[in-house]
Design a protein around this ligand. Structure first.
Ligand SMILES: Nc1ncnc2c1ncn2[C@@H]1O[C@H](COP(=O)(O)OP(=O)(O)OP(=O)(O)O)[C@@H](O)[C@H]1O
Ligand SMILES: [Mg+2]
Length: 541
């Protein structure tokens, strides 16, 4: 048979088979088709030695993008860029890096512990019925993993875990961090791009290292927290005067650990229920921040006040009062709501979270709120030390040393200036950026601050003296008044005693008279008593 005849015959056989298949599809009942489909697939898998697993892009009714799909996409990214011929590119991290993934219907190979496997990308397309000029197509993308069935155990266990772990790590590396703020009961976010870092943070090197170590240890301690049975969370309380770097440190923490920030504005939260809802919506690897917690709520007295109010209500009116209009507008988040937020509920959330409170007045806060276990680490940020100044000088002026440093060190030891103020003086003052001008400006400000502090101390001493003199005078006046009152009291006492004595005398005289009368004496009109019997006796004589 010549090749032309052979092709003609093969062609006609294929055409006949296709015709028969089309007829079968067209006229055979659906149930028979399904039956046929099922058994043909079973027969195929019986002889086909490979296993296939599909990971669809969308899962569930809510049309949520599958986490596994995006993790696998990240995992396959680097392999795709070296093997696939058609790639898709996406830009992340504020247009700073390009992430590649394989295009549809591409294949890449992978190897795990000597076992070869194959990943393929594909999509199901279904046309949806809609009243539109253009047909709407519904694409469902998927990744398909194919491997030999003798490696089933290894692939389903270790390999898939390895894919998810590595994919997640790549996702975290590539993700854009976000700064969330709450507006009522939901979070809004912007891309978080604060440049602060622990290197640029002005504080003593030793303390800084201690905080960095603490954070890094925490972020790697998943197994440790699971072993000791505690939720993977850590609380930080940052306190100190305004402008000492509390907010800057939070940004540095987020940059160090690559965490998102949830900046919680408590005054915008209506009540504890809303607070709970917001908390549940926070994601893992995040820092939840409540700035100026002492100003956000009356956390110091709220618990006490509430109890007092309840006590009063119990006494006077057993029915609960409706909130007044002005009360209902204010936040009704309570201290116990916050405490639950910090430990109770939070423990139920998966993944690592840091919570940071900042305050200018740590002594104002309820001890229950900041006890260890809730706020595990208390960090004081204080006025600028010389070591902190050196960091600022290096950041702002690129200076490691300068002959004016000695004077600055002396002045910083004698006066209080916040790092924010110091930094302000180190900002470029001339177009040439002369460091000396900045340092002199700082020295001038420090000298002035020192003079002001001396004047203030003198003023305060005078005030104190005046106050103590005033108090002394007041005390003396009070003492005099007390003495006067005492003398008056004594005089009154004396007069009363004399009155009583007089009364006593007159009543004694009265008694004596009565007694005399009873015994036969009578008053002779001259105040003398005469004995009646004696008189009678005299008459008789
Ligand atoms: N320790 C510091 N290191 C570096 N810069 C600092 C430091 N402290 C303050 N600054 C600078 O001062 C500015 C204000 O600091 P920051 O907002 O962090 O202060 P804060 O302690 O949060 O103040 P507040 O209590 O008013 O919120 C920042 O922009 C930062 O540049
Ligand atoms: Mg701040």
């Amino acid at each position: 048979m010549n090749p032309a005849d052979m092709f003609t015959q093969v062609g006609s056989v294929i055409a006949s088979v296709m015709f028969a298949w089309a007829m079968f599809k067209q006229y055979c009942p659906y149930s028979v088709q399904e039956y046929f489909d099922k058994y043909s697939k079973r027969a195929f898998t019986f002889v086909y030695p490979y296993i296939q697993i599909s990971f669809n892009e969308f899962t569930g009714d809510r049309f949520m993008r599958s986490e596994a799909y995006s993790t696998i996409e990240n995992y396959l990214g680097s392999r795709s860029s070296t093997q696939a011929k058609r790639l898709k590119a996406d830009v992340v991290k504020n247009s700073q890096s390009v992430v590649l993934s394989m295009d549809d219907y591409e294949e890449v190979e992978d190897e795990f512990q000597g076992v070869k496997l194959r990943w393929a990308s594909g999509k199901h397309i279904s046309k949806t019925q809609s009243v539109s000029f253009y047909p709407v197509t519904d694409e469902k993308k998927y990744y398909k993993l194919t491997f030999h069935k003798r490696h089933r155990q290894l692939i389903l266990g270790d390999y898939l875990n390895h894919v998810l772990k590595e994919g997640n790590e790549i996702k975290v590396r590539n993700r854009q961090r976000k700064l969330y703020t709450n507006s009522g009961s939901y979070w809004r976010h912007v891309v978080f791009q604060h440049p602060a870092s622990f290197e640029t943070l002005a504080m003593e090197a030793e303390r800084k290292q201690e905080i960095v170590d603490d954070l890094v240890i925490f972020s790697k301690a998943e197994d440790f927290y699971a072993r000791i049975g505690r939720a993977w969370k850590r609380g930080y309380l940052l306190f100190g005067p305004p402008g000492t770097g509390k907010s800057t440190m939070i940004a540095a923490m987020a940059n160090l650990l690559n965490y998102d920030i949830y900046d919680l504005e408590l005054t915008a939260v209506k009540d504890n229920t809303e607070l709970r809802k917001l908390l549940i919506e926070t994601t893992t690897r995040s820092i939840i921040v409540i700035e100026d917690i002492d100003c956000s709520l009356d956390l110091t007295g709220q618990r006490k006040k509430k109890k007092e109010d309840e006590g009063e209500r119990d006494e006077k009116d057993p029915k609960p009062k409706l909130p007044k209009e002005e009360d209902s507008k204010q936040s009704q988040v309570t201290l116990s709501g916050i405490l639950n937020f910090v430990d109770g509920l939070w423990s139920a959330c998966r993944g690592e979270r840091l919570i940071v409170f900042t305050t200018n007045f740590v002594e104002k806060l309820d001890p229950a709120l900041i006890r260890k276990g809730r706020m595990d680490k208390h960090i004081e940020l204080s006025y600028c030390s010389f070591e902190a100044f050196q960091v600022l000088a290096k950041n702002y002026l690129r200076l490691d040393s300068h002959h004016l440093f000695a004077r600055i060190q002396e002045l910083l030891g004698e006066t209080k200036m916040t790092p924010a103020e110091v930094a302000e003086h180190l900002m470029p003052k001339t177009i040439s950026g002369d460091a000396k001008v900045c340092l002199e400006s700082l020295i001038g400000a420090l000298e002035k601050a020192k003079e002001d502090a001396i004047l203030k101390a003198e003023e305060e001493a005078k005030e104190k003296e005046k106050e103590s003199a005033r108090l002394k005078a007041e005390e003396e006046a009070k003492e005099k008044e007390r003495e006067k009152a005492k003398a008056e009291e004594e005089a009154k006492e004396k007069a009363k005693a004399a009155e009583e004595a007089k009364e006593k005398d007159s009543s004694a005289a009265e008694n004596a008279k009565k007694h005399a009368k009873d015994n036969g004496f009578c008053d002779n009109g001259n105040g003398e008593l005469n004995n009646k019997e004696n008189k009678q006796e005299g008459f008789s004589h």
